[in-house]
Design a protein around this ligand. Sequence first.
Ligand code: ASP
Length: 334
Amino acid sequence: MKHILLIATGGTIASKRSDSGLKPLMSSEELLSYVPDIKTFCQVDTLQLFNLDSTNIQPGHWLAIASAVEKHYEDYDGFVICHGTDTMAYSAAALSYLIQNSPKPVVITGSQKPIDMEITDARTNLSDSLRFAACEKAYGVSLVFDGKVIAGTRAKKERTKSYNAFSSINFPYIASIQEDHILFYLDDKMLLKEPLTFYRHLNSSVGLLKLIPSMDASVLDYMAEHYDGVIIESFGVGGLPNYDTCGYYDAVKKWISQGKTVVMTTQVTNEGSNMSVYEVGRSIKYEFGLLESYDMTLEATVTKLMWILGQTKERERVREFFYRTVNRDILWKV
Ligand code: ASP
C-alpha cells in the first residue's frame, strides 16, 4: 500500500466559523479524519506546517513546504499539501520550480467550503488528491481540484465561489478523477529523464505592474528602484504605450541599463503574448531584449522569475532559464 504524507498549511478546507469570519483552525489529523475511506488505498501520515489563510502565504512559506517535501522525500511515495485556494496557483507554480523532475507526485489541493460542512467539495478534493498521490503513473507537481488534475504551472483560480474554481491555462488537463478511477489524458511519466532537483533560494524582489489606459511611466521608475525584476501586464498580445508624454520608452531603457529584468506579459488569460506582432511591442522588445511570458500563466511568470533571480542575475542566464520548460510551463520556443 502507498505511503503518503499529508502536509497541512491552512485555507478554507481547514477553516471553522469564528466571530471574525472563517479562520483556519483544524489540524492535519482532523482533516484526515473526514476521509476514512482512503484507508482502502493508502496509508497517510500528517504534518502541520502552519495554519494560514493563503492570503498570508509568502515565498518563505513556499520554501518551507519544499523543504518539508525534501526532508521526507525518501520516506513516502507521494505528498498532498492542503492549502487555501486564493493563492494556491502561485504556490503550485512556486513548488514546480522548487521541486523539479520529481518522479513522486506532489499534489496541492484545497476547497471552496470547509471540510466540516455537510455540503462541501473538501472531502472529494482531499480523497481525490490522496488517490492521485498514490497512483503509480502520477509524478511531478500538480493541483487537484473538482475532479481535475492540472500541471502545477498551469493552474489559475478563475471562480471565487463555484466548486470548479481552477482552470488549466493554455494546456490540457493531465487527468480527471471520477470516483475511484483516474483517467489520464497525458500519460508520459516514462519521458521523465532529468534528475530530481530541489532548489532552496527564491528572490522575492519581483514586482508586477498592470497597465491601464492613461498611466504614465513614473510608477515604473519607482518599481525599478525597489525590485530586481519587474513584470508588466500589458494589453492583448503585448506592447507598451508610446505616445509622446507617457515616458515608457525612457523608463525601460533606464532599467535595462541598470541590469534589471523586465518581463512582458498580458492581461488576457488565454492564448498568451506575442510582442512581435505590433509595432508597439516589437520595437521595444528587440531594442531592449525584453523577455515575454508567451503562453505562461501570470502565476508561473511571477514565481519563475523569483526562482531564476534566486539563482542568477546574469542577463543571458536569466534569459536561458526563463525560456527553458519546467513542469510544462512554456510551450513557445524562441
Ligand atoms: N481565503 C481562503 C484561503 O485562500 C480561501 C480558500 O481557501 O478557498 O485561504
